[in-house]
Design a protein around this ligand. Structure first.
Ligand code: SAH
Length: 218
């Protein structure tokens, strides 16, 4: 008797269990992850590993985030179905796709044209019509569309992202990895309605850095 190869459903079920045991318990977040085929966002070479709970390389020297971190950050955003969300660092578009299932509109910014185009193709394939993309420097936010209910930064900001915080609604929430080194601190900023923020630390994470300007290479 040979072992049957595992189906995608089995692998996904195991991933969801692993995320839940690590504290991603919001059923809406878990459902959004379950409905988003991560193998569509990983390069051919790594498709076999799409269901593993690890970050994987994508084009342009960047990475697709670890599912647990995607779950943790999405849960920390406490998204409502009417929310307009700004995401900085589209990358593969995996995190964007998950946000798009939980929010009304997702505005996402990427500094590599190649990554942006590939992500746009994936949004089309999945029929995600509430994602608005922009090639540019996400550190500047998206002033024309501000203020946002929620902001998610998926690249490490060297320090408190003041420009982005200024584009948040008074009671909004921003989640971002902050730090200059290889390990950063994941922070959640919750607006107090009067221009101040309550800051919560969610743990250590490893993200590629938020860089200034757009990439010159494709
Ligand atoms: N959320 C992504 C992971 C992104 S990795 C995913 O699920 O696949 C971080 C991304 O941020 C990279 O694609 C990088 O190019 C992008 N990035 C870094 N600095 C940026 C900036 N200033 N503006 C826009 N995107 C930026």
């Amino acid at each position: 008797m040979t072992d049957e190869p595992e189906t995608s459903q089995t692998r996904m079920a195991r991933l969801i269990l692993a995320l839940r045991s690590q504290g991603v318990t919001d059923p809406r977040v878990l459902e959004a992850i379950e409905r988003t085929p991560r193998e569509l966002f990983t390069p051919d070479l790594f498709k076999e590993r799409a269901f593993e709970d690890s970050a994987l390389p994508i084009a342009c020297g960047q990475t697709i985030s670890q599912p647990f971190i995607v779950g943790l950050m999405t849960q920390a955003l406490t998204l409502g179905p009417r929310d307009r969300v700004l995401e900085i660092g589209t990358g593969s578009g995996y995190q964007t796709a998950i946000l798009s299932r939980l929010a009304r509109l997702v505005y996402t910014v990427e500094r590599y044209r190649t990554l942006m185009r590939e992500a746009e193709e994936r949004f089309k394939t999945l029929g995600l019509t509430n994602v608005i993309t922009r090639f540019g420097d996400g550190g500047e936010g998206w002033a024309e569309q501000a203020p946002f209910d929620r902001i998610l930064v998926t690249a490490a900001a060297p320090e408190e992202p003041r420009t982005l915080l200024a584009q948040l609604k008074p009671n909004g929430v921003l989640v971002a990895p902050i730090g200059k080194g290889p390990v950063q601190s994941l922070r959640r900023y919750a607006g107090d309605g009067q221009g101040g923020f309550k800051v919560e630390l969610l743990g250590d994470v490893r993200f590629v850095p938020l860089l200034d300007g757009v990439a010159r290479e494709l």
